[in-house]
Write a protein that binds this ligand. Sequence first.
Ligand SMILES: [Zn+2]
Length: 209
Amino acid sequence: MSTYPQRVADNILPLSVAGSLPEAFIEWYFTENIEDHEIADEDCELCDQEQLRYHFEIKNRHTNHRLWVGSSCILKFHVQVFDNGTLLDEKGSAKKLEDLKRKMRLDSCIKALRKLAASENNDILSNALDFYLKNKYLTPKFAFVVFWRLNSNKIDHSPSFFKVSLKKDKYKTDLAQMPLDRVHMIWPALSSSQRKLAVSYGHTPPIST
Ligand SMILES: [Zn+2]
């Protein structure tokens, strides 16, 4: 079995002009094309690492070859990332890729919410969609209804991508008073500090999350 650096070299060198690493990577840049495969089982065409949900396209400016890779490889191998024609530094590249992933997570939540609002004649669900579009988060009560109905309607979604807000006292009170089975339903969408807060209200975490 070939080693990790060997696999990367075997994948990138035949598509590059330079005959060695890291020189070959100087020819490559991120094209801004991204793809959400919905399920995390795609390979990175650079390192052959599996289980990627998001593919980022990189292109060689001399050979025009393209590869679909993971964002971590773009950062690890310093593949060039631009923003409006300006080459970004390491920190800027990381931020840009993270922002793109955040945008894809948001889009995937909105897609699921739109599907849900269209599948039931239910004002709560259309209100939840409007609320999410406006605020980019759900209240604990909205989150429970949304997850319950998404599951009932068998609509594909990633619960952990949704954001729940506990900023207002009312949201905190609603979470504190929520029956445990409902808390467990929204659990995947809670951040670790929100989970701690839920536990401080007397809720117990689900057995497996
Ligand atoms: Zn990779």
